[in-house]
Ligand binder design. Sequence first.
Ligand code: IPE
Ligand code: IPE
Ligand code: MG
Length: 232
Amino acid sequence: MTQANHPPQHVAIIMDGNGRWAKKRGLPRLLGHRAGGENMRPVARIFADCGVRYLTLYAFSTENWSRPRTEVSGLLSLLSRKIDQETQAFHEENIRLVHLGRQDRMSERLRKKVRAAVELTRNNTGLTLCLAFDYGGRDEIAGAARRIVDAGIRGDDIDESVVARYLRLPDVPDPDLVIRTGGESRLSNFLLWQAAYSELYFTAVLWPDFGPQDVEEALSEYERRQRRFGRI
Ligand code: IPE
Ligand code: IPE
Ligand code: MG
């Protein structure tokens, strides 16, 4: 009998299935995104209570810009509204908010809001919640390469630890568990570098429906996994 894994230190979630959740109910897709948005804080709370220290939520990919303009602008205003309405509650729950992704393609107004939320919560000592918005794994790795060149580091001196240090959140440990809701079994450009040895968990449950029972199932499945990291 092998020993069960400890609770994961870092869980990362691809929050997929909002559109289908809405469609099933005959609602516009944006209402699915709104329902999905409302599920973020409760799910963060559950993971925090289970001992998870870092939670990364994939909310908008670098590819999601290719959606219809109305959906993109709906998602941007949803983010803006969520920051207005929920930052204080996150702060009171001692949650540290971090943004993962590009900030150069959002409006100045939204960028300021994102930065203010990060600043307000920066000294909180509970869960670290990384919101991946305008995030793409390839974009992040290309950015690291650019910063390595700009820092004048010689090719011979570049190894894995150097690359890892030039990614966007060098102090956040790699995810132990990556969960994808919504039934697809792919990464869709999420944490390509960091997920090298993550346990992957795919569930058909649509993100707005993902609740305490589903968290429990994901965590107990994780407990049963045998992590080898290339060893025997
Ligand atoms: C995930 O839900 C949220 C984003 C990608 C912004 P989707 O909008 O992809 O939902 P489905 O996959 O169409 O159901
Ligand atoms: C992945 O979902 C991105 C997010 C959940 C933010 P998508 O719905 O964009 O992924 P694909 O297009 O099905 O791969
Ligand atoms: Mg989708």
